[in-house]
Design a protein around this ligand. Structure first.
Ligand code: TYD
Length: 136
């Protein structure tokens, strides 16, 4: 699929309210359109730091601000769009073929990623010019 940023959606996840705290459950192919094979999380990001700076060939992801907030800059090679994530019951779905930069991390932010594939460096496109060529 030659995805555009219009294929990136913010998904409202369930929130089970409890006066002692809330729960947000996410299951493969229920709230999100893929099977979860890997979970990872980014934390202790120093102020002013930018992460991401790559696209994926096959990987689908849901990105959640499990704590704090940050911005995700999406780029399909033609259009860019910035999405701010700041609530644990909303996730940003990113299909393959989208360049992303992650910035504006708040202090203590935790960026949770649910991913459709195991880690493999071959799935990454880390050079922006190579990404533009890949999208043509
Ligand atoms: P990367 O995906 O480039 O980080 P980010 O998008 O958050 O800036 O990964 C950073 C490093 O961590 C890179 O050397 C690969 C390694 N890594 C793994 O070994 N396994 C993983 O599941 C992930 C996501 C990264």
């Amino acid at each position: 699929m030659n995805a555009s940023i219009y294929n990136c959606n913010v998904i409202e996840l369930p929130k089970i309210h409890n006066r002692a705290g809330n729960i947000t459950p996410v299951s493969s192919c229920v709230e999100i359109p893929f099977n979860i094979k890997r979970v990872y999380y980014l934390y202790d990001v120093p102020g002013g730091e930018t992460r991401g700076g790559h696209a994926h060939k096959q990987l689908e992801q849901l990105i959640v601000a499990a704590s704090g907030s940050f911005d995700v800059v999406l780029d399909d090679g033609v259009i860019k769009k910035t999405v701010t994530l700041n609530r644990p019951n909303y996730g940003l779905y990113i299909p393959p073929g989208i360049w992303r930069d992650l910035n504006n991390f708040s202090s203590g932010a935790v960026l949770l990623v649910l991913a459709s594939e195991k880690y493999t460096e071959e799935d990454y496109i880390r050079e922006y010019e190579a990404f533009l060529t890949y999208k043509k």
